[in-house]
Design a protein around this ligand. Structure first.
Ligand code: ZN
Length: 696
C-alpha cells in the first residue's frame, strides 16, 4: 500500500510543479540503482516486476532506452556517471582504486555554484577513500551489514539509506544536490518481508521491488520537505547482472547486454516532456554533461555529450560507445575485454573476439562472416587508452609529485613500482569465456573454508591455481586457510605471490605483514604494513597492526603518528580506535582516550578491553559507578579475566566501601589465575578480608 501511496504522492507533486517556473538553481536529485537490470523493471518490459515507483517516474520525463554502461563494476561506473569521463581519465578501471586527482565531478562543480551537496552510499566499494566523496559537504558512507566471513561492515539496506538521505536532505538551506545510492539488488539476494515471501523464486526481483518501494518513500519524504517541486531527478543504473547468462552469475567479467544495458531517466516537469523515450545509443558518461547543460552550466572536459537535444526531439549524430572490463584481468589474470558498440554492431576484443548485431542475441558470434566490420571496429577501439598505457602514465605522474615521495620510496624498496605495468600480452592470457567457471569454483572454496572444511577448500584451491596460477582471490583464500591452520611458511608463499601480482591492492600487503609478524620477521612486517598504507592510507587494520608493532618495539610516538594519519585519512575500525585510545592514555590525554575507546566499542560491541580501559579512565576521574559498570560490562564478555576481576574488587573495596562484593571478586580473580602474577598479593588481600570478618 505504501508503495502506491508514495508513487501517487510524487505524481501529485510533479503535477503541481509543472505549472510553475523552475527555480534559478533547482534541486538536483541523483538516484543510482546498483546491479539493476533494465529488463527486470516494469518500464523495461518485465511484466512480473513490482516497480510502480520507477515505472511512474519513467512516464514523467525522458526514458533513455538505449543507455549503456562503460564498465560493469560499481566504482568505475559511478565515476563515469559523476565525472562524465571514461576510465582512462578517472583512473578507475576496477573497484578498490582511487579517483584521479583533479577530475571535476558533479559534486565539485555544483558546490562551486553554491549548492549544498550531500551523498548517501550503501556499499563500502563507494567509501569516501575512493575519491567520489570529493565536493560533497556531507558524505554518509556508514555501513551496517557485516559479510558472512566477518570483518568490517560492507553494506546497508535501502531503508537505512532512505532514512539517512532524508536526514541529510533536510539538514540545511540552499539549493540541494543529493546523490542516493541503493545497493540492495547486488548479490546476495535477501529481500526483507513481505518481498522475501512474494519473490521466493526470484529473490533478485524481490530486492528490486523492495528498493523501488524505498525510492517511493524517499521521493515522498523529499516532497513533504518541499524539495521535490522544481527538482531535476536523474535515475541511473550502474550495470546489470548475469543471473547465469553466459555462465556469469553476477557481473564484472563480461560485456554482454545484460551487464551493460542500464536504466536511465531524466525527470524535470515543465522542462523535459513527459513520455519522451529516445532509443538512441547513449552512455553513462552522458549523465554529467546532460545535467550541466540542463542547468545552463558549461560541462568542461568530458567524454560524454549532452542528451538534452533528444528531449526536444532533435537528432544527435550517431556515436560509438566504448566499454571495457579489467575485472578478470586484475583479479584472475585473465585477458581484459574491451568493446565498441555502434547503433548497428557490437564488437568485443578478446583472445577470441566476438561480433554481434547491437541489442540482438549474443549467442551466435557473427565475426566469421563480417571480418571487415570487425577490423574497422578493432581499429576504432585502439583509439581508447588501455590500462597498460594508463598505469605507466599514473606511475610517471606519481613520481612527479614530491608529496608522494615516502609512499613511492616504500613501494620502490619492495620492488613494487617498476613502472612497467601489466606485462603479459592479452593474447597469451585465458579468455574469460573459457575461464568463467573458475570464478564459481573460487566462491565454492570460500564457502568450504567458511564452513570449516579446510581440507576440501585446500584441494579445490590448489587445483584452481594449477590451471590459473595468477588467480589472486584463490591465492588469498589459500593464504588465509594456511594462516588459520598455523602453516605460516605456506601462507607466506601465497601472500608473497599475491602482492607480486597485485601490488596496488592493500589487502595482500596487510595479510603478508600479519604472517611476517607471527614469524617474528618484524622488519618485513613493518614494510608490508607501510606498503598497505601507502596504497590505501585509510586501511584501519594495517594502521592498527603497524602502530601496535611500533609500540611493542618501544616506538610509541611513531605508532601514535601512524594512527593519527590513518584516522585523518578516514579510517574507521575498532582496532584503530583502540590503539588511538591507548596512545592517548599514555600521553594522559584522557578525554581523547575516552572518545577513542567509546568509538572502538561502538564499532565492535564485543571489545571488552576497550570497556575495561573506559572503566580505568572513569575511576581515575573519580566516577566510581561508571567504572564499575564498565568493568561489569567487560566481564560479561570475558567472565574469567583475572585483571578485570581484581580491578573490580578494588573498585568495590576502595570506591564503594563494599568488602563483601570485593571479597567475591578477589576470590574469583584468584580462582581464574591461581598462579598468575597477582596471585600472591590477591591471596594476602583475601586472607585479610576474611580475617576482618567480611561475610562471604
Ligand atoms: Zn554496482
Amino acid at each position: 500500500m505504501r508503495r502506491v501511496a508514495g508513487a501517487a504522492l510524487f505524481a501529485a507533486a510533479l503535477a503541481v510543479c509543472a505549472h510553475g517556473a523552475a527555480p534559478a538553481k533547482p534541486a538536483v536529485i541523483l538516484i543510482t540503482l546498483d546491479t539493476t537490470r533494465l529488463d527486470h523493471l516494469g518500464f523495461g518490459g518485465c511484466a512480473q516486476a513490482q516497480t510502480p515507483v520507477l515505472d511512474a517516474l519513467s512516464g514523467r520525463g525522458a526514458y533513455l532506452a538505449g543507455a549503456q554502461a562503460h564498465v560493469p563494476l560499481t566504482l568505475p561506473s559511478h565515476a563515469n556517471i559523476l565525472t562524465g569521463r571514461l576510465p582512462g581519465a578517472t583512473g578507475l578501471r576496477v573497484n578498490g582504486l582511487v579517483l584521479r586527482e583533479g577530475v571535476p565531478t558533479l559534486a565539485t562543480r555544483l558546490k562551486e555554484q553554491g549548492y549544498r551537496t550531500a551523498a548517501v552510499v550503501s556499499s563500502a566499494v563507494l567509501a569516501r577513500g575512493r575519491g567520489l566523496s570529493r565536493g560533497f559537504d556531507a558524505y554518509d558512507d556508514r555501513m551496517t551489514r557485516t559479510p558472512r566471513g566477518g570483518g568490517a561492515p560492507e553494506e546497508r539496506t535501502a531503508t537505512e539509506v532512505t532514512d539517512a538521505a532524508l536526514a541529510l536532505a533536510n539538514a540545511g538551506p540552499g539549493p540541494l544536490f543529493l546523490w542516493v545510492h541503493y545497493y540492495d539488488p547486488h548479490f546476495d539476494y535477501v529481500p526483507p518481508p513481505p518481498w522475501s515471501n512474494q519473490f521466493k523464486a526470484s529473490p533478485y526481483d524481490g530486492e528490486i521491488a523492495y528498493m523501488d518501494s524505498e525510492i517511493g518513500r524517499l521521493l515522498a519524504g523529499l516532497e513533504k520537505a518541499g524539495l521535490l517541486p522544481g527538482a531535476l531527478v536523474v535515475v541511473a543504473g550502474d550495470h546489470g547482472e548475469g543471473l547465469g547468462e553466459h555462465g556469469e552469475r553476477q557481473h564484472g567479467v563480461f560485456l554482454y547486454n545484460y551487464a551493460l544495458q542500464v536504466p536511465l531517466l531524466f525527470i524535470w516537469p515543465g522542462r523535459i516532456p513527459a513520455g519522451s523515450r529516445p532509443k538512441d545509443l547513449c552512455g553513462l558518461t552522458d549523465v554529467y554533461p546532460t545535467v550541466m547543460d540542463l542547468l545552463g552550466l558549461p560541462a568542461g572536459e568530458t567524454d560524454g555529450r549532452t542528451l538534452a537535444p533528444l528531449f526536444r526531439e532533435e537528432k544527435l549524430p550517431p556515436r560509438d560507445h566504448y566499454a571495457e572490463t579489467y575485472h578478470g584481468f586484475f583479479t584472475y589474470g585473465w585477458a581484459p575485454l574491451r568493446a565498441l558498440v555502434t547503433p548497428e554492431w557490437k564488437f568485443i576484443e578478446a583472445p577470441r573476439p566476438e561480433l554481434y548485431r547491437w541489442e540482438k542475441s549474443e549467442t551466435e558470434n557473427l565475426i566469421g562472416r563480417n571480418e571487415a566490420v570487425a577490423d574497422r571496429m578493432r581499429k576504432a577501439l585502439a583509439g581508447f587508452p588501455t590500462a597498460d598505457s594508463q598505469e605507466r602514465e599514473q606511475v610517471q605522474s606519481l613520481l612527479k609529485d614530491p608529496s608522494n615521495a615516502e609512499a613511492i620510496r616504500t613501494l620502490m624498496s619492495l620492488g613494487y613500482l617498476s613502472g612497467a605495468g601489466p606485462s603479459a600480452s592479452p593474447k597469451t592470457l585465458l579468455d574469460p569465456k573459457d575461464a568463467i567457471g573458475i570464478e564459481e569454483e573460487v566462491r565454492r572454496a570460500q564457502d568450504l573454508l567458511l564452513d570449516g572444511n579446510l581440507q576440501g577448500a585446500e584441494t579445490l584451491l590448489l587445483d584452481i591455481l594449477k590451471r590459473n596460477p595468477q588467480n589472486v582471490p584463490a591465492l588469498s583464500v589459500l593464504g588465509s586457510l594456511y594462516l588459520r591452520g598455523e602453516k605460516l611458511g605456506k601462507a607466506r608463499v601465497c601472500f608473497e605471490e599475491q602482492v607480486r601480482l597485485k601490488p596496488q591492492m592493500a589487502e595482500g600487503h596487510l595479510n603478508l605483514g600479519s604472517v611476517c609478524r607471527r614469524q617474528k620477521d618484524l622488519a618485513r612486517a613493518e614494510k608490508e604494513y607501510r606498503a598497505a598504507l601507502a596504497v590505501d592510507p585509510a586501511m584501519g587494520e594495517a594502521a592498527a597492526n603497524l602502530s601496535q608493532l611500533l609500540g611493542e618495539g618501544g616506538r610509541a610516538e611513531e605508532g601514535g603518528r601512524v594512527v593519527d594519519e590513518a584516522l585523518r585519512a578516514g579510517a574507521e575500525s575498532a582496532d584503530l580506535h583502540f590503539q588511538a585510545g591507548l596512545f592517548a592514555a599514555q600521553r594522559n590525554d584522557f578525554e581523547k582516550a575516552r572518545f577513542h575507546f567509546t568509538r572502538s566499542v561502538a564499532l565492535d560491541p564485543t571489545r571488552h578491553a576497550a570497556m575495561a580501559n573506559l572503566g580505568r579512565i572513569a575511576w581515575q576521574s573519580g566516577r566510581v559507578d561508571e567504572a564499575i559498570s564498565q568493568y561489569q560490562r567487560a566481564l560479561r564478555l570475558a567472565p574469567r579475566n583475572p585483571d578485570y576481576l581484581a580491578t573490580l574488587g578494588s573498585l568495590f573495596l576502595n570506591g564503594k566501601d563494599d568488602p563483601t562484593q570485593a571479597l567475591r571478586c578477589f576470590r574469583q580473580a584468584l580462582a581464574a589465575a591461581p598462579y598468575g602474577p597477582q596471585a600472591d598479593s590477591l591471596r594476602e588481600i583475601v586472607a585479610g578480608l576474611e580475617k576482618a570478618g567480611t561475610p562471604p
